[in-house]
Design a protein. Sequence first.
Length: 188
Amino acid sequence: MSTLRVLKIDNPEDKKILKTKCRPVTMAGRELRRLIADMFETMNKAEGVGLAAPQIGLPIALTVIEIPPPTEKQDDGTEIEVGPSTRYVLVNPKIVQASNDEVMRQEGCLSLPGWYGEVPRRSWVTVEYTDENGKQRRLRKADGLLGWAIQHEVDHLNGVLFTERMRDPSTLKKIDDEQAAEELAKKA
Ligand code: CO
């Protein structure tokens, strides 16, 4: 496995790729699995919850998402992980249904490190996609962090960045303290 370079919005050459509408994935088998493994490694190293193929320079409709383990508060106030993280590989995803209502969330993006802003998102979405084994799948009414990550990643595949979804640009702010950023928002 190898870690790949994550493209940045403030680099003009990178931005061209990040703004491209992705073509469908035709890759399969071992080649696809290797790419997916590299994407998870790259995403984990950058401490993101999602990564889309255009973010590593490939304008194809592929994204990976990893939802962190659920946690519970213990009697002493500390948090403990009470389950595994959940990984999703979405090949050629399509949002087929979405809630009418919106939620405002603080978002960050691995292609715009350190910057966070308020973005309105649907409170849930239903997405159809193919998994890494070529099996057709549907995730019904994905909400919370997963629903948010799906919307952020599918936007990437359409060349849309979270800053373009913001209604109030003044909420965009730079947070250099990684701990503070982690408490504020997830990045993908
Ligand atoms: Co992003």
